[in-house]
Design a protein around this ligand. Structure first.
Ligand code: MG
Length: 161
């Protein structure tokens, strides 16, 4: 069993779609980024890669490459899972903390959990998710950014998967 952690933060700006955990969430602002700016999937992918002893996502998907512009971050997670697979490892569970003042995410937990479970190839009961505010402190607390912390455990790959 191996554990990895991931962290990401992106700026909230107008004129962008908000995508968190692979789910489009109706909100007045979205996350700025070279890709779709999905902090949740970026943190998850880095946690998978960290546990696998692989490269980080900035190395695999440089933000200087035009082809990565507005990319669906699901691609990054799938790549991370493939990298783990090459090392004989597969996700066992994931736990996430999304840090933002707004929007309220509780209504989206089910959709986000489902999407992350699907991308990692694990059951929905193996995905933990919680949202926290920053008590109006700092950039996340002032509604200027959304951040995410992720922990992912990898297990030895079973032959059947
Ligand atoms: Mg990012």
């Amino acid at each position: 069993m191996r554990i990895g952690i991931g962290y990401d933060i992106h700026r909230l700006v107008t004129g962008r779609r908000l995508v968190l955990g692979g789910v489009s969430i109706p909100f007045a602002k979205g996350l700025k980024g070279h890709s779709d700016g999905d902090v949740v999937l970026h943190a998850v992918a880095d946690a998978v890669l960290g546990a696998a002893g692989g490269p980080d996502i900035g190395t695999l998907f440089p933000d200087t490459e035009e082809k990565n512009r507005d990319m669906d971050s699901a691609r990054i997670v799938r790549r991370a899972v493939r990298e783990a697979g090459k090392r004989g490892l597969q996700p066992a569970n994931a736990d996430l903390v999304v840090i933002c003042e707004e929007p309220k995410l509780a209504a989206w937990y089910g959709d986000i959990r489902r999407r992350i479970a699907e991308l990692l190839g694990i059951g929905q009961s193996q995905v933990g998710i919680k949202a926290k505010t920053s008590e109006r402190l700092g950039d996340t607390g002032k509604g200027r950014a959304v951040a995410c912390l992720a922990a992912v455990c990898l297990d030895r790959k079973r032959r059947s998967r």
